[in-house]
Design a protein around this ligand. Structure first.
Ligand code: ADP
Ligand code: MG
Length: 348
């Protein structure tokens, strides 16, 4: 059963013409972790704030757990929506201990129940020994776990997190992606995590929702999204890609581009003559006698792979990006050939 239902959710701020959030349609299952991914200003925070009840929609409806919380001016206040929110800056109270921060949202609970629940959630986030400390005595990652514990304390139906990893540096960020999802799964929470970072989204989410200019572009699992981006925006926003214009062949399984004939993973469902294909760099594999040949312009070593930029010679056309294993000897100036794996090619 779908647990959160957004129907045609739209928000147009006063004095603006274009909606910040435009007809968003989304259903989320119980226990699912969703990442809302998109560039800055695309409407992620506004969507989250409407679900939480901090922002009134212009139109559309929101259901949580089968109950309408917004429709036609009827609105359930934020505190009655069963939502736990983690803000971008964590918003911990500096003058309260960690335990008191966590108990803050439990005002209606008895003193003993409050203490027990605080202990329970602090154990869940691995901070049971820090109850008596103050926020400034904790690291960034620990503060974030306190914010998550505070959000989980009242046993919300839904957890909303706005850019939870943006204040953390690279190493800690990776660790926290894992920790946050582990904690959310243990708490059996349904969660929406907002981020502008593709790696965050792919690491935490069951399904990713890509937004641009207030409009949902695609909803898919990370794997589907990477392999079959639905349009040029998604192909370019989610990872790197080579975008080529071409003509769909009559068999609808190949596209003729300026670099040659490219195979699709399956027969195309569209009949368009002029198309665009997205070819992922991982789909281009250097080979002794590959079908495509070009001169290496640039090699960038990333530690995990080498990014190789290959010019296929046709003068004005964009060079292709390939990923090569780090142990392969590739130098600028040499001529290489490669093959393209159809599974990493998509019509966009
Ligand atoms: P994101 O979180 O994806 O960066 P936001 O939801 O914060 O994007 O903003 C979406 C758009 O709505 C932006 O163009 C932003 O300037 C505008 N916006 C956000 N809040 C307000 C507001 N209170 N009044 C007017 N415009 C706003
Ligand atoms: Mg935002």
């Amino acid at each position: 059963m779908s647990f959160i239902q957004l129907r045609d959710l739209t928000k147009t701020f006063s004095h603006t013409l274009k909606p910040a959030v435009d007809s968003v349609h989304l259903t989320i299952e119980k226990g699912e972790i969703i990442a809302l991914l998109g560039p800055s200003g695309c409407g992620k925070t506004t969507t989250l704030r409407m679900i939480a009840g901090f922002e009134q929609p212009t139109s559309g409806s929101i259901k949580i757990g089968g109950e309408v919380v917004y429709e036609n001016q009827f609105t359930v206040p934020p505190e009655k929506r069963g939502i736990g929110m983690v803000f971008q800056d964590y918003a911990l109270f500096p003058h309260l201990t960690i335990a008191k921060n966590v108990m803050f949202g439990l005002s209606k609970w008895g003193t003993r129940a409050k203490r027990e629940r605080a202990k329970e959630v602090l154990e869940l986030v691995g901070l049971a020994d820090y109850a008596a400390r103050y926020p400034h005595e904790l690291s960034g990652g620990q503060q974030q776990r306190v914010a998550l514990a505070r959000a989980l304390a009242p046993k919300p139906h839904v957890v909303l997190m706005d850019e939870p990893f943006s204040n953390l540096d690279a190493g800690l960020r990776e660790k926290m992606r894992f920790e946050v999802t582990t904690i959310l799964r243990k708490a059996n929470a349904t969660a929406i995590i907002v981020t502008h970072d593709q790696k965050d989204a792919f690491a935490v989410a069951d399904r990713v929702v890509v937004m641009n200019e207030g409009v949902i572009q695609q909803i898919a699992t990370p794997r589907e999204m990477y392999r079959c981006p639905k349009n040029c925006f998604v192909a370019q926003f989610v990872g790197k890609t080579n975008l080529l214009s071409g003509r769909l062949c009559e068999d609808m399984r190949h596209v003729d581009t300026h670099i040659g004939r490219v195979s699709l993973p399956a027969q195309s469902g569209v009949m368009l003559e002029n198309v665009k294909v997205s070819i992922r760099p991982e789909g281009c594999k250097l080979a002794e006698e590959g079908r495509f040949t070009g001169k290496v312009e640039r090699v960038t070593y990333s530690g995990e792979y080498q990014e190789v930029v290959v010019n296929l010679g046709a003068g004005t056309t964009e060079p292709m990006i390939l990923y090569a294993p780090i142990d392969q000897d590739v130098q600028p100036g040499i001529v290489v050939s490669f093959d393209i794996t159809p599974e990493l090619v998509a019509l966009v």
